[in-house]
Design a protein around this ligand. Structure first.
Ligand SMILES: [Zn+2]
Length: 120
């Protein structure tokens, strides 16, 4: 490899070719939005539009949680898995599957319902 490199430089020197220093060339990847596709691009566009929670992964505080006023869980699908931290000091999460149009009561007594959300 060293021999090839030295021969290359000697050829360049003899041919009187000017090569700019590679150290001064700045290479950047450009805007990530230009490279993103599919769901990743839709997520970036949603974040640019001001939606910092496009996938609804943040914790939703329970409301009154009664049968008449259940806690609303957004979903773009007909079902969604929900985890309820039934008691503040609880170290476990009670998971259940919610179906659209079928409010469900957790073991702690709080009601949850699925509400439609436009997909990302
Ligand atoms: Zn619960």
């Amino acid at each position: 490899m060293v021999i090839i490199r030295s021969r290359l430089f000697s050829v360049i020197k003899r041919a009187n070719i000017f090569l700019p220093s590679v150290r001064h060339i700045k290479v950047t990847m450009g805007d990530p939005l230009d490279h993103a596709t599919g769901a990743n691009k839709r997520e970036l566009l949603a974040r640019l539009a001001g939606d910092n929670n496009p996938w609804d992964f943040k914790i939703i505080k329970r409301g009154p949680g009664t049968r008449d006023k259940p806690t609303e869980i957004p979903s773009a699908f007909d079902e969604r898995m929900v985890g309820c931290i039934c008691h503040e000091e609880s170290a476990s999460v009670n998971f259940m599957v919610l179906y659209k149009g079928h409010p469900k009561r957790c073991e702690c007594g709080y009601w949850f319902t699925l509400v439609h959300k436009a997909p990302v």
